[in-house]
Design a protein around this ligand. Sequence first.
Ligand code: NAD
Length: 283
Amino acid sequence: MNLKIAVLGAGVMGNGIAHSLAVGGFDVELYDPIEAARIGAIEQIRKNLAKGVERGKLSAGEADVALKRVKPAVTLAAARDCGLVIEAVPEEMALKHAIFKELSTVCPPATILATNTSALSITEIAASATEPSRVVGMHYFNPAHIMRLVEVVRGLETADRAVEVVESVAKQCGKETVLINEAPGFATSRINAMIGNEAFYMLMEGVASARDIDKALKLGLNHPMGPFEMIDLVGLDTRLKVLEYLHATLGEKFRPCPLLVKYVKAGRLGRKVGRGVYDYPDK
Ligand code: NAD
């Protein structure tokens, strides 16, 4: 499949998604309004590709070709001639609405519009696009260039063609997909947010230290990462937004733990800022 793809948002997820698409053979326009985010993302992709070469995942030549496929874009107009757009901007419905409304004027009707939202309603995001049938959820996992799953989420109006295009793109990039009928938090975020929130309640209650809760889940339950390591990777602000949404849609069992709220207020947002549950002095 030969398709030019726009990725909107060059943050934690945007750079990993662009990396995965470029290695899969797609030309990518990576748009972010913040110059530092665009520069940082290209640098991150370069570093991650180099790690891939060290680990024998791809050759140095393939990494060079992949890096050249990713073009930083300074306006949303870069999505104009793309067959697929993948949105990875912060988890706020108002922002997603503004972007999908603008995309409807920028892109021709055949362009498929995907969102990497962790939990929000695809149907609600699609309502701001002129053709809601072309909007579909394409939920990657962090780090997106390594994790193998993409949750494909069908909203109320999503057309079969939109599902087929994103499934083919994911497959070409070596990903596995699952097809989810829209529900808050899909399959993965719903369970993951619940585990992470419970871990925060346990920390707040003094049940054990963060290190020991992480160790317990890794060694006792065979989780590859502890819940606090995971939340530091995801971003505490992103996780809080997911929990707030699940609380509003699915009820009391998802009420965000006050300690998590406190950490976010303190600016302890995770690895991306050098401090979350744990400290990352090198960041
Ligand atoms: P992030 O904060 O790391 O990055 C968001 C980027 O979007 C920033 O660089 C910001 O400058 C940019 N941005 C802001 N407004 C924009 C606009 N109008 N147009 C284009 N770019 C804009 O966030 P993230 O963690 O990458 O999350 C992005 C999306 O992916 C969210 O919906 C989140 O829920 C979802 N998601 C996150 C994870 C995770 O582990 N972090 C996993 C799966 C899905």
